[in-house]
Ligand binder design. Structure first.
Ligand SMILES: *[C@@H]1O[C@H](CO)[C@@H](O)[C@H](O)[C@H]1NC(C)=O
Ligand SMILES: *[C@@H]1O[C@H](CO)[C@@H](O)[C@H](O)[C@H]1NC(C)=O
Ligand SMILES: *[C@@H]1O[C@H](CO)[C@@H](O)[C@H](O)[C@H]1NC(C)=O
Length: 320
């Protein structure tokens, strides 16, 4: 009995030690405490943009300060389904597309000058419904946010290279709202959550339609920013779609059951994995919503005119 207890203690120490030696920079940041977002830039010199950067993400979006830009096109994402892995990284839940996919999902249009290739999906969520999203709208946080990452496949050969290069990354952001019926593709992702309960666990996901995750809207907001995790590279073109998608209470519950650590040392529940909004520092946030037009989707309501603040339109008379 005593021997058994001694062995258990030894095993515990051994596992602790091995996990310490195996530690990489990746594990040196968190979402709270002395390794939380306010300190990311101080922990590792390579992450200094997290503190010094002036084009950081996420941001708080203020609908009455958006600029209508008539040059913005509809966003295009290929329809076909792809397989990959869903992983509990201890920081987030990440779906990674199979590397040898022959038919890449291309992302084009919108504000993008290049063709981007879909790479991964990140899920940020709160342990309570009042917060969870990274982007906020007029200070309002959503219970979760799904971020769809692509890399510039015309200039760069892979995602990791593009992460720190100019025009490297696009992220399409979906804000999640609680509802009785979930988006069906979201269900494909959350169905496997009980198999990745602990940090480091992963599970195969088959035939996911990334396009199917998107809400039914052509409208979006866009701005230039950064990744929201270290190293906070300022290489991201953000698109925030203008309608939420829905997630059920049960799915939120399944997310909140995930743990940050391994089965032996599960640490805290995974969640509240959002970086707070960063200052815009005079960056424009553009939109393809023309506020002077009646929107059938909004019940034919005429939205307040923004003409006064729309600088793009100010030059158009020169063409006549
Ligand atoms: C694809 O490759 C990257 C790095 O090369 C790896 O991190 C990722 O887990 C791989 N994805 C899958 C689904 O195997
Ligand atoms: C996506 O782009 C690649 C590279 O340009 C191309 O080979 C592929 O056919 C495109 N995929 C689809 C579904 O159009
Ligand atoms: C990504 O591309 C760069 C540059 O071509 C290369 O050095 C690197 O090994 C590639 N990384 C992966 C994970 O394939």
């Amino acid at each position: 009995m005593l021997l058994c207890a001694a062995f258990a203690v030894f095993l515990h120490v051994l596992l602790q030690t091995s996990s310490v030696t195996a530690v990489s920079w990746e594990e040196w940041w968190t979402y709270d405490g002395i390794s939380g977002p306010a300190f990311w830039g101080l922990i590792n010199p390579e992450w200094s943009l997290c503190n010094k950067g002036r084009r950081q993400s996420p941001v708080n979006l203020e609908p009455n300060k958006l600029l209508f830009d008539p040059n913005l096109r509809p966003l295009h994402i290929d329809k076909h389904r792809v397989s990959g892995n869903i992983m509990n990284t201890g920081h987030s839940v990440i779906f990674n597309v199979e590397n040898d996919t022959r038919h890449h999902i291309n992302i084009t249009g919108g504000p993008l000058s290049y063709k981007y290739q879909f790479q991964e999906i990140h899920i940020h969520y709160g342990l309570h419904d009042q917060f969870g999203s990274e982007h906020t709208i007029n200070g309002y946080a959503f219970p979760a946010e799904i971020q769809i990452f692509g890399f510039n496949s015309q200039l760069y050969s892979n995602f990791s290279e593009a992460l720190h290069k100019a025009q490297g990354i696009v992220v399409i952001s979906l804000l999640l709202q609680l509802g009785d019926l979930s988006n069906p593709e979201l269900r494909i992702l959350t169905e496997q959550l009980d198999k990745i309960r602990y940090g480091g666990e992963e599970m195969e996901i088959k035939r996911l339609s990334v396009r199917g995750l998107l809400p039914e809207t052509d409208y979006y907001m866009t701005y230039d920013g950064s990744t929201t995790m270290p190293a906070c590279h300022e290489t991201v073109t953000w698109l925030i779609l203008n309608k939420p998608i829905y997630i059920t209470k049960q799915q939120m519950h399944a997310l909140r059951r995930l743990m940050q650590g391994h089965a032996i040392h599960p640490k805290a529940p995974l969640g509240n994995n959002f970086r707070p909004p960063q200052p815009l520092h005079h960056r424009p946030v553009r939109t393809n919503i023309d506020f002077n037009v009646k929107h059938p989707a909004e019940g034919g309501k005429v939205c307040p005119s923004m003409y006064r603040d729309v600088h793009y339109k100010a030059n158009s008379w020169k063409q006549h």
